[in-house]
Design a protein around this ligand. Structure first.
Ligand code: GCV
Length: 707
């Protein structure tokens, strides 16, 4: 892994230095930036110039204490990163201080850190928390990075490197951090044949045919990226799970990955096919109350834990979109989850049971179904079952109100599931930063226990005291050099990790950090990119599904298809949701309609229920309105809709022009690759505008307002 990253550090440095040496440019001309392919993500560690020289005075020595594999990772990361950032080879990591130094480790392993008497404070921060503090040892100033455990020291190291990468002052540091959420997880939707469901960046990262013998260096870079943002769990196979992953042959391969990732604090989970006892176990049933089935899961869990002692547990999509589940045997979701939970409990494992279920017999409205099923079962799950709930009740739409299950389950820990893979948000082609969308979601107030019971606080376990807390991001990177297809999709990986660590972080801060780390600290570049990112999701909503419209797609969930009326299920069409007719448009989910608003706590219910108080961005989600309904701007609904689509398409073109203004400030390869995709985005935005407005005009019978 170091091989590949160092290779890139060396190549880009040599590129810049080489140009100067060749006399091709003078100091007054901006240097030609070496092309970059995006492989290094936000861990580029490019030279910091003058700022680097200032840092170097404070960092003349690197001292890392500890002998664990994680301490070795810290040593390697620090040395390689400082080599790059400070623009000259950093001294090899040492064990004693004889000059201004950065000192990393645990008080247990480090006399220097022990002397700082940090134990009591570190105990409140837990094994993943850390302190970064300016201090002294003997006559030398030091920057201490300390934790109770090596993994916390690793997180502290990345945090400190982020300060350097973002050109922050490091003279007087006094930072104490601990993650606000315990399970900070990625879900990959990778199939065992190497394809990826909703993947837009090539084939699966996992080379099943080469494992366990051959370890692709990329697996380590994946772990580095995750550790750098605090991700500590990963479910590597699709929730539409193939039971083959539980065969001895594949478990040995999974174990090889788990072993490699352990020093980075990354625990493996596996998605479980509920019918595994039949599919690979030779049983005739998968009934969770059947003694043979119970014994099968216990034996399988024992087998897995022998190979992977820190295995996280099972992630399960049951009785959803054709997947098998307990309802096939007339058992409920708690009975199904508990069977698997009992199998992993003796080993300290968890079962993460997805709430993305929408059986048609539960309620005519898909948005209401999961709430109805899971609120009935609260209190019936084993303590090691967590219920994983998507941010909204339909399916990762460009804008959804928060799922009413947040705050509603008192006894069952609820994890949030967001989707970094932009399935409904332009996939690998549109520049859409999702930090703002998740901020909106996490800051939404559920009122579960009065004002201030935000979704963020709920998943932190501060609204109901959950035994375990979690935040999950569906991320489908692939073998494309830049991992995510679109360079800017990397920002959604980054943001989901940062928000999992602290759901209260601001989207703007995250965008700023990511931009600096990914594109450098040039002020114009940073301001321009951060501002584009901050607007990008709203712009996408404007040209696709504004004013609470949702699911105006079909097929592969990319292009506009408001006419989509035929699918195997009504709730896979578009017409089911928008319900446009000559009278108006929108889904009446009010108390006078299908009462979906009644699933929210009273102040939220009332806010959504009343046309006067319902935020207009959710208007047609909750209300059915006539085409001449007067919106808050004074425009009729039809004209307001036209305005949104016109604005969205225009704003997409503005992003493209803004990006062009950065030519020369960003390396030519990434600049061009983003520009090429922006051209697609602009054309798509115009298509969305035209197709949607023409289609709805067939009902509104009003002229399309052009701006
Ligand atoms: C993994 C949506 C996606 C499916 C996905 C499903 C889920 O329906 O389109 O590809 O399946 O969500 O989250 O289980």
């Amino acid at each position: 892994m170091q091989r590949s990253r160092r290779e890139f550090v060396t190549t880009s440095l040599a590129g810049v230095a080489g140009l100067y040496a060749a006399g091709g440019i003078t100091a007054s001309q901006p240097p030609q930036l070496a092309p970059e392919d995006g492989y290094r993500l936000w861990l580029r560690f490019e030279p910091l110039g003058e700022r680097g020289a200032a840092y170097r005075k404070l960092i003349q020595q690197v001292v890392v204490h500890g002998s664990s594999p994680t301490a070795d990772v810290i040593r390697r990361e620090l040395t390689a990163a400082l080599d790059g950032l400070l623009g000259s080879p950093a001294p090899a990591a040492q064990t004693s201080v004889s000059a201004p130094a950065v000192v990393v480790g645990t008080p247990k392993d480090s006399t220097i850190l022990r002397e700082l008497r940090l134990d009591a404070e570190l105990a409140t921060l837990g094994p993943e928390g850390f302190i970064i503090r300016t201090a002294r040892t003997g006559k030398h100033p030091i920057i201490a990075i300390a934790s109770q455990a090596d993994v916390g020291a690793l997180y502290g190291t990345y945090h400190w490197l982020r300060l350097l990468q973002t050109a922050a002052p490091i003279d007087t540091l006094n930072i104490a951090e601990r993650p606000k959420v315990q399970i900070r997880m990625l879900n990959h939707w990778d199939n065992m044949d190497g394809t990826i469901e909703r993947g837009y960046a090539g084939r699966s990262l996992w080379q099943w045919k080469d494992l366990p013998g051959t370890i692709d260096p990329r697996y380590v870079d994946y772990a580095r990226a995750n550790a750098s943002i605090g991700i500590n769990a990963t479910a590597i196979n699709s929730v539409n799970a193939n039971a083959i992953v539980f065969t001895p042959e594949y478990l040995a391969k999974v174990a090889a990955l788990a072993t490699m990732w352990r020093p980075y604090g990354l625990r493996v989970y596996l998605s479980a096919n509920f019918a595994s006892p039949i599919r690979i176990g030779g049983l005739k049933t998968a009934d969770p109350l059947d003694p043979g089935v119970i014994a099968w899961w216990k034996a399988k869990a024992d087998e897995i834990y022998k190979l992977i002692p820190d295995f996280g547990g099972f992630l399960v999509k049951a009785n959803s979109e054709g997947q098998p589940g307990p309802k096939d045997y007339k058992r409920n979701h708690a009975e199904g989850a508990n069977c698997l939970a009992d199998a992993v409990a003796p080993h300290g494992g968890n079962v993460i049971w997805r709430a993305f279920i929408y059986d048609e017999d539960v309620d005519p409205d898909r948005a209401k179904r999961a709430y109805i099923e899971f609120t009935k079962l609260d209190g019936q799950f084993r303590p090691n079952v967590l219920v994983q709930v998507k941010n909204g009740a339909i399916d990762f739409m460009p804008r959804e109100p928060f799922h009413p299950l947040f705050g509603a389950l008192k006894q069952t820990p609820v994890l949030a599931e967001v989707q970094a893979t932009q399935e409904y948000l332009g996939q690998g082609r549109h520049l859409v930063y999702l930090g703002t969308m998740w901020e909106e979601f996490l800051r939404a107030d559920t009122y579960a226990k009065g004002k201030g019971s935000t979704v963020g606080k709920a998943i932190e376990g501060q609204v109901h005291p959950y035994r375990v807390t979690g935040f999950v991001s569906v991320l489908n990177p692939g073998l494309d050099r830049n991992w995510c297809g679109h360079h800017f999709s990397q920002s959604n990986w980054y943001a989901s990790g940062r928000l999992a660590w602290n759901p209260e972080l601001a989207a703007r801060q995250i965008a700023d950090e990511w931009t600096r780390m990914t594109f450098g600290n040039d002020p114009k570049t940073v301001d321009t990119i951060r501002d584009v990112m901050m607007q990008s999701r709203e712009i996408f909503v404007n040209y696709t599904m504004p004013l609470g419209l949702h699911h105006l797609i079909g097929g592969n969930h990319y292009a506009p298809m408001p006419e989509n009326a035929k699918a195997p299920r009504a709730d896979w069409t578009a017409t089911y949701y928008h319900q446009a007719s000559t009278d108006g448009i929108g889904f009446d989910r009010t108390m006078k309609g299908n009462q979906a608003v009644g699933q929210y706590f009273p102040p939220v219910r009332d806010m959504f229920d009343s046309l006067a108080t319902c935020p207009e961005e959710f208007l047609l989600w909750f209300h059915r309105c006539g085409w001449d309904y007067k919106t808050k701007s004074g425009e009729t609904l039809w004209n307001a809709l036209c305005t949104k689509y016109q604005n969205g398409a225009r704003q997409a073109a503005e992003i493209e022009a803004t990006w062009q203004s950065l030519a020369g400030r960003i390396d030519p390869q990434r600049h061009k690759e983003v520009a090429d995709r922006l051209a697609i985005q602009v054309a798509d935005a115009a298509k969305w505008r035209d197709q949607i407005l023409q289609y709805f005009q067939g009902f509104s019978k009003r002229p399309i307002l052009s701006k």
